[in-house]
Design a protein. Structure first.
Length: 353
């Protein structure tokens, strides 16, 4: 009898816990793709932190296909999520489904990438994206002492996906920082490919960045390793494009001895290993744990009917979207251990060859 009573009591307790968990609410998290490392981390962090805060989570990845992301969000609306968190593939392509969310009274948070050309977005959590580009550009200015040198250095640019609002901001931050030196001739872009549309990389694909760099190398720097025109700097907006550019250079015969200075962003594992090896010069660390934490706080505030913590705003073409911008941090071989390993972001094993 006692045993039965204990069993009934634990069942009641369990049911109480379950109802407390779902009482906190249901959150739909729409992520772009599992093919790039960072989104797996973002998704995992969001799910873990939301669940720890008592929310039920529907986490979906859309394989970089807009139609898939639209139908995933439609399902989340049908399943009556209380809040939607969306990291878009194409920030301007979700207007219709976001309007459905708005009509259903579901608040929408744009995650990392701005949702543009719609009024059906409430808030935005991200990093200071222009600053990311500035960190990359300033690294080049300092590394080559451009303010004081008499030398001329060559530079090629590789930017991100044209459908990602962040890509233009990263490029602008970097370009604006190095522009004075393009103007005074201390930096020369031999290919002449300087505008965002020309240097962009659809879907941020490593293979696409690699193929473009193959073409640039053979058209403008074919004799670089035999005394001809050298290439000093590859300013890449993120790690997936940096990886493609690095692969192109290595395939063309460059080694750690003579590889151009390559910038990146995200501290992906493959790129961090390349920094340690001396193949990539720097990256920008955006701690996805912090972004997830801010987003979870935002979800909780919204559901409590409070105004979330905000520190910026972005124009999405239709409205000013209030945002919380986390801070990006410079990373290279000198600080990666404290930033990435000691902080528990990666284990030493993950970064071992
Ligand atoms: C993110 C970057 C990422 C890129 C490709 C951007 O929107 O902000 O961190 O490298 O997408 O996934």
């Amino acid at each position: 009898m006692k045993k039965i009573l204990a069993l009934v009591l634990s069942l009641v307790l369990l049911m109480a816990c379950v109802s407390v968990a779902s009482a906190a609410g249901k959150v739909g998290v729409a992520m772009p793709t599992q093919s790039l490392q960072r989104w797996n981390q973002d998704g995992a962090n969001m799910k873990a932190q939301l669940e720890a805060a008592g929310y039920e989570v529907d986490l979906q990845y859309a394989n970089n296909e807009v139609a898939t992301q639209v139908s995933q969000i439609e399902n989340m609306i049908l399943n009556e999520v209380n809040v939607l968190v969306v990291a878009s593939i194409d920030g301007s392509a979700l207007g219709t489904v976001l309007t459905q969310a708005k009509e259903a009274g579901i608040p929408v948070i744009a995650y990392d990438r701005l949702l543009t050309d719609t009024d059906a977005v409430d808030y935005y959590t991200t990093f200071d994206n222009y600053k990311v580009g500035q960190i990359q550009g300033q690294y080049i200015v300092d590394k080559f002492d451009l303010a004081n040198t008499d030398k001329t250095y060559t530079i090629e640019f590789t930017a991100g996906s044209p459908d990602d609002n962040n890509a233009g901001l990263f490029f602008a931050g970097a370009y604006d920082t190095v522009k004075p030196y393009l103007d005074n001739g201390k930096l020369v872009c031999v290919s002449g490919q300087l505008d965002f549309a020309t240097v962009a990389t659809p879907a941020w694909k490593s293979e696409t960045a690699q193929a473009r760099m193959d073409n640039i190398l053979s058209a403008y720097y074919a004799d670089a390793l035999t005394g001809g025109q050298t290439l000093d700097i590859c300013l890449c907006s993120n790690d997936s494009t940096a990886l493609g550019v690095t692969n192109s250079l290595v395939a063309a015969g460059y080694t750690t001895e003579n590889i151009p200075v390559i910038t990146g962003q995200d501290c992906d594992i493959a790129n961090t290993k390349n920094m340690v090896k001396g193949l990539q010069a720097m990256s920008v660390f955006k701690d996805t744990r912090t972004l997830a934490e801010q987003t979870v706080k935002m979800v909780s505030s919204i559901l409590a009917g409070e105004t979330p913590e905000l520190n910026g705003e972005y124009d999405n073409g239709v409205k000013q979207v209030a945002s919380f911008n986390c801070t990006p941090v410079f990373a290279d071989v000198s600080n990666y251990e404290s930033l990435l390993v000691e902080s528990g972001y990666y284990t030493a094993e993950q970064l071992a060859e």
